[in-house]
Design a protein around this ligand. Structure first.
Ligand SMILES: *[C@@H]1O[C@H](CO)[C@@H](O)[C@H](O)[C@H]1NC(C)=O
Ligand SMILES: *[C@@H]1O[C@H](CO)[C@@H](O)[C@H](O)[C@H]1NC(C)=O
Ligand SMILES: *[C@@H]1O[C@H](CO)[C@@H](O)[C@H](O)[C@H]1NC(C)=O
Ligand SMILES: *[C@@H]1O[C@H](CO)[C@@H](O)[C@H](O)[C@H]1NC(C)=O
Length: 599
């Protein structure tokens, strides 16, 4: 049993060497029925939005920029529509364009099933706290003609997706104060940890570590005892630690103590923090050290009690016993041969776990901050979902996060964790900005000819953007509109009228001599969403051109969308004398008694 030789940096692991897949035979497979689950959430709007205002607001019209752009042919198709990154909002299902996109995703995944190399696949699409769609294709046991299709509760090995859990543990212990800093060096927790770092040579860091008391002086020579292998870097493929321990494969059954001593005469393959380098060793060592040295409990037990139990991930775990096996999709090599259910031993934190689409969906909702059970504070989630480092071209992802691989698609950061282990492949992915998640679990070999996850997102992302742009917004009216209603001016150049709509929500319209001639009314009207006392937010209810071109002038509507208006304290008549829009660097928009007359 040899370990797989991987020449380029890829996430693929496995115990048995595998030839790369033969051409996938597409379109020959029987498929199972898809299920489209539309959210059944109450989609009741509190406000009557019978009058739908198409609204744009030419706040800075009086300060036109000269348009340098040669694209003046008036071709409306070339106009970029905004908001470019529409905010996730409550969706009112069904949404035909989203349904159509999910049907395309269904088609793509259904046709990746291959009776030899990929007999079963389960996928789930999450939006915030809801499941938008699930797809289960193929057969749980490819070699049994009577085998049923998998479902959301079918168990798959998730391979390197297991690396999510040491990372979650790190963040939790950090929140609990049991880990002082994410940037603590490993030596703080394992005092005998040393490894050669021939590529690290910064004098500054030597001095820094003197003050940390982590180096010793020996015959006048400064020697670095700290390797800068920090906890965060270990969970971000930035530690410089080798892929595995010397002369071990993923089945190694040693102890952490032995692992640390094996490292003593090993070398870091990169100066920590300077290069993305995939390491199973780093995650396993991190997990075992946190468990043994920080909480003093076995790693698996800690994960089971503090994460799986807490989130209700009932079908997720480490030990593949006969009961679990009977619920599993049967994993195969690309040849179709059934893969053994290897037990990874010391490397278990990096790749041993199994789970289901339903459980992974719960985890996705937790990380999107939307699940009813909480694991991490919102600020910690923000840190967790932020990429850390740009990788070299030879790495398989553009950026690395903790623990993610991050690439951009259609302008959005897509965070992924991919796993490939004998017989199974899996991807867990999030698009935080859209509150989207997609999990694909496969019994078999990942299709080599196409990345099904980015293909799926190429349909889902535009459909979600469109759904958000077209969604009706629930706007708040102020407790009493009277103090805000009236006429305002900014420097006697631009003029505004604020009225209360039938639902009490404030409507603001710009007027004035040139404005009315040049700009259609729908581009002069906005709504003001009441947030807190005297503070409102500019709302564009519909798609709008990011930049509005009027003759030779251009106005960025994008810059105005979402800005805050801060109204002044009410005067003795109970009226607000004016307001500021600090985000637009605009102050002293003052109330005037009546509509001015223009000569
Ligand atoms: C997301 O889910 C949370 C929790 O259910 C909810 O409070 C929030 O309003 C949702 N956000 C959107 C945009 O639907
Ligand atoms: C899958 O089906 C084959 C053929 O019926 C059977 O021999 C094998 O034991 C099954 N595998 C599992 C894990 O159930
Ligand atoms: C990295 O980014 C570049 C440019 O944005 C893109 O062409 C390339 O495909 C990306 N690499 C990966 C692995 O996604
Ligand atoms: C605007 O016009 C009014 C009336 O003509 C005048 O009193 C006021 O000073 C002017 N304000 C500015 C900022 O020019």
């Amino acid at each position: 049993m040899g370990s797989k030789v991987v020449k380029t940096e890829t996430p693929v692991d496995g115990v048995q060497p595998q030839p790369s897949t033969a051409l996938a035979i597409d379109g020959l497979t029987k498929t199972s029925k898809m299920k489209v689950k539309w959210s059944q959430l109450g989609l009741i709007f509190f406000l009557l939005l019978s009058v739908i205002m198409t609204s744009c607001f030419i706040w800075q019209y009086q300060l036109p920029k000269l348009e340098q752009d040669g694209n003046l042919d008036g071709n409306s198709r070339s106009v970029r529509m905004c908001p470019r990154f529409p905010e996730p909002t409550t969706l009112e299902h069904p949404i035909p364009s989203l349904k159509e996109a999910l049907e395309k995703v269904d088609f793509v995944l259904r046709n990746r099933i291959n009776p030899i190399s990929l007999p079963a696949l389960s996928a789930i699409v999450i939006y915030n706290d809801t499941v938008l769609w699930t797809g289960n294709f193929g057969k749980r046991n490819g070699s049994d003609p009577n085998s049923p299709p998998p479902n959301e509760y079918t168990i798959y090995r998730i391979a390197s997706l297991s690396k999510l859990f040491p990372t979650l543990m790190l963040y939790r212990l950090w929140e609990d104060g049991k880990v002082g800093s994410l940037d603590d060096p490993l030596e703080k927790y394992v005092d005998i940890f040393t490894i050669k770092n021939p590529l690290g040579k910064s004098k500054d860091s030597e001095l820094k570590y003197v003050t940390d008391g982590l180096i010793f002086l020996d015959s006048g020579e400064v020697q670095i005892r700290s390797s800068s292998v920090t906890l965060r870097r270990m969970a971000s493929q930035l530690s410089g630690l080798p892929r595995r321990l010397r002369a071990t494969n993923l089945l190694w059954k040693g102890k952490t103590q032995t692992a640390v001593s094996l490292l003593q005469d090993d070398v870091l393959v990169a100066d920590p923090g300077t290069k993305c380098h995939y390491s199973n060793l780093a995650f396993s060592l991190l997990a075992h050290v946190l468990a043994e040295k920080v909480v003093g409990v076995n790693y698996q037990r800690w994960i089971a009690e503090n994460i799986l139990g807490r989130l209700g991930m009932e079908d997720t775990g480490f030990d593949i016993n006969p009961g679990i096996q009977s619920q599993m999709a049967v994993g195969v090599y690309s040849s179709g041969a059934t893969a053994p259910l290897y037990d990874l031993g010391w490397y278990r934190p990096s790749g041993q776990m199994y789970s289901t689409a339903a459980d992974m969906a719960k985890l996705a909702m937790v990380l999107l901050g939307a699940y009813q059970r909480k694991l991490l504070e919102p600020d910690t989630l923000k840190i967790m979902l932020t990429p850390l480092f740009r990788c070299d071209k030879d790495y398989f992802a553009n950026r690395t996060g903790t623990p993610w691989e991050v690439n951009e698609q259609l302008g959005y950061e897509v965070l992924r964790k991919d796993g490939d282990l004998d017989g199974y492949s899996a991807t867990f992915s999030l698009v935080p900005r859209l509150k989207l998640g997609l999990v694909v679990l496969m019994a078999g070999t990942r299709p080599q000819n196409q990345d099904v996850v980015s293909k799926a997102y190429s349909y889902i992302i535009p459909a979600m953007e469109r759904a958000f742009r077209e969604a009706r917004r629930v706007l708040n009216s102020p407790p009493n509109p009277a103090p805000y209603v009236g006429f305002y001016t900014y420097g006697n150049i631009t003029f505004y009228e604020i009225k209360a709509g039938p639902d009490g929500v404030l409507i603001m319209q710009q007027f004035g001599p040139q404005i009315e001639d040049l700009i259609p009314e729908r581009y002069r009207t906005i709504k003001l969403n009441y947030l807190v006392d005297r503070v409102f937010r500019v709302v564009f209810e519909k798609e709008y051109p990011c930049v509005l071109r009027v003759n030779t002038a251009s106005v960025s509507l994008e810059a105005q969308d979402g800005q805050l208006f801060n109204f002044y304290v009410f005067d003795k008549n109970g009226l607000s004398p004016g307001f500021d829009a600090p985000g637009l660097n605009t102050y002293n928009v003052v109330r005037i008694a009546r509509r001015p007359t223009f000569s």
